[in-house]
Every structure is written in C-alpha cells, then in structure tokens.
Design a protein around this ligand. Sequence first.
Ligand SMILES: NC(=O)c1ccc[n+]([C@@H]2O[C@H](COP(=O)([O-])OP(=O)(O)OC[C@H]3O[C@@H](n4cnc5c(N)ncnc54)[C@H](OP(=O)(O)O)[C@@H]3O)[C@@H](O)[C@H]2O)c1
Length: 332
Amino acid sequence: MTTEQPTGTMRAVVLDAAPAPPEGLIIRELPIPQPAAGEVLIRVRAFGLNRSELHTRIGLAHGVTFPRVLGIEATGEVAACPGGELAVGQQVVAMMGGMGRTFDGGYAEWVVVQVQNTIAIDTGLDWATVGAIPEMLQTAHGSLTIGLDAQPGETLLVRGGTSSVGQAATILAKQRGMTVVTTTRSPARAQLLLDLGADHVVIDNGTIADEVRALFPDGVDRALELVGAPTLLDTLATVRVHGVACMTGMLSNSWTLPDFYPTGDLPRGVWLAGYSGGAGDLPAAVLQGYLDDAAAGRVHVPIGHVYAFDEIVQAHRDLEDGTYAGKLVVLT
Ligand SMILES: NC(=O)c1ccc[n+]([C@@H]2O[C@H](COP(=O)([O-])OP(=O)(O)OC[C@H]3O[C@@H](n4cnc5c(N)ncnc54)[C@H](OP(=O)(O)O)[C@@H]3O)[C@@H](O)[C@H]2O)c1
C-alpha cells in the first residue's frame, strides 16, 4: 500500500548520556522518522513509563546507545506502513524489540518500529488508559504463562505487588481462578491490593517466607519475583516442592546473585525460571480481551498517574521515588 508519509519535525524526549538525573531528559525537535519496508510509523498518543527507562537513565542498562529517545512502548495510530501490513489509521500498540535502547523509542510524538513489535487493537477507551496497558500486560501475562505455567486453582505469590506488573499479575491471576498472596513494603498500600482482588497481603520487610508458610504450610504453587536478587532466595523458600518461582523483575535495581551456589541455595525440588519477553508473548486476543473488559468496567486498569508531555521530568522523578502505585502514563 502506498501512503503519503508525514514529514517535518516532532517533539521527542532525548537522553544524551547516562547516568543522568531526571532533568537529563530533554524535549527536543527532531525529524519525524521515516519507515522502511517491514516497519510502521506510529502517531504516538500515549506511552507508559517503565523501570527499563529508569535503568537506562541511571546508567544500569547494557547495550543502550546515546543520544537516545527513550521508551520501550508506545500506543497510537498507524500513520504509514510501506509494506502494507497495517492500515493507516489502525489503532496499535508497540513494545520492546530494542525500542528506546538500540533505536529511538516511544517518548515522542512519532515512532518507527518493526511491524512484528506491534499489536493491532480496536478500542474506544481513552488514550491514557490504553497507553498504560501494553508492556504491563505483556509482562504479567508472559510471566504467568511462559514463566510460571500458572494454572487455575493454584496459589500464587506476587512479590512487588504494588508495581504495575505486580498489580496486572494479580488481576490476571484472579481472572484465572488462582489464590493470590501479594506484597508491599508499605502497610498503607495493603488495602489497594485487597481491592484488586488479592486474597492475602504480606508486608515485605525483606523476609516473608515464614509469613507465607504460615498461610500455606506446604508452600505456594507459583511465585513471581519482581523485587530481584536480594529477595529471590527468600521467595524460593515460599515455594512448594515442584512449584515454580519466576524471576521477572528487579525493582531493587539488583539482578545478580554473587556466589550463587545452586545445590545449596535452591530449595530441594523447587524450580527456578526466568522471564523476559516482547510483543510476541502477548496474543492479540488477550490484549483485546483486556481492553474490552476494561471498557465494559469488568477489569481494573492499575494507573498510578497521567502526565502531559511537558511533565516528563516530574514523571521520571515519581517513577524513581515510587510515588504512585500503578502505571505512570504520558499523553503526547
Ligand atoms: N522481564 C521483563 O520482560 C520485564 C518487563 C517489564 C518490567 N519488568 C520488571 O518488572 C518490575 C516491575 O516493573 P513496574 O514498571 O511494574 O514497576 P513500578 O510500577 O515502577 O513499581 C514500583 C513499586 O515497586 C515496589 N517495590 C518493591 N520493592 C521495591 C524495591 N526494593 N525498590 C523499589 N521499589 C520496590 C514499590 O512499592 P511498595 O513501596 O508498595 O513496595 C514501588 O512503588 C521491574 O523490576 C521491571 O524492571 C520486567
């Protein structure tokens, strides 16, 4: 399909080098990127913020080149697609595949990505709500399916439960009939987790295995680790024999275990998995189903706060400080 591609300039959030404070995120005028065959130009309407971009900004990410427009996800409409895989005007989400890391990402009014890193959607939801969902849902869904093979009726521990991924995992787990025990470091946030549908909330002071075992003496069937290496061994201690723990997140900014001694450190018969994924892990029907459920009021979308494009520095401050429980979203 031939389309007339938008040209001119756009506003984009650029990071010149890392580590940098939130003020290192500069809004600049850049040329609107032009898509090649196999790519799609998206008019970005909203983008979610991710810990990944925080890691990039504070200098913890590997393989990122600078200067870079950050953003591992974006939501909007197709503006041009030289190969014709997507129609102009199609609502679409994009995520991962190197976005905002090896090529310019979603913190912009326009972005070019590979078609394979997009998912077409059809929704009447407002852009802030849609923009909150893609990466959060992909990570929660991928962790429950690929990482944990979570099944109805099983028990699940979500460690780092107030994070956007943690809240989405709780919502999806309850949808599939699991019993969920989830965590926060803040007693004031416990009610938020109960309101999401969690069955039990444990206050995380760094060691929770005894408390979880008091609830489930044989251990939980599945455990989703979002806090990272400092809590992983304690999380493993909550899991039953032949249960699974999946390391997906590192909210602590720490993801390696020094002197890891598998035979001694891994509990007998407990399985450890990892998860990291991309758009291909989120079936279009699962995303569309979540959007439809959200539009019908059947499912909650855990949004922490919505910002205007000019508020990107404040948004990153809040991301770093954990000011809000839930997804931070920026409208372009
Ligand atoms: N593997 C993948 O493919 C993939 C993809 C996306 C995200 N992730 C990872 O998933 C995790 C969750 O991401 P997110 O964007 O959902 O996070 P987020 O919404 O920014 O979560 C922030 C919350 O995490 C909680 N937290 C618990 N322990 C913490 C600690 N030691 N330090 C800081 N915060 C802590 C805090 O809540 P309380 O104060 O209530 O405890 C904080 O408010 C991140 O580690 C991210 O890197 C992985």
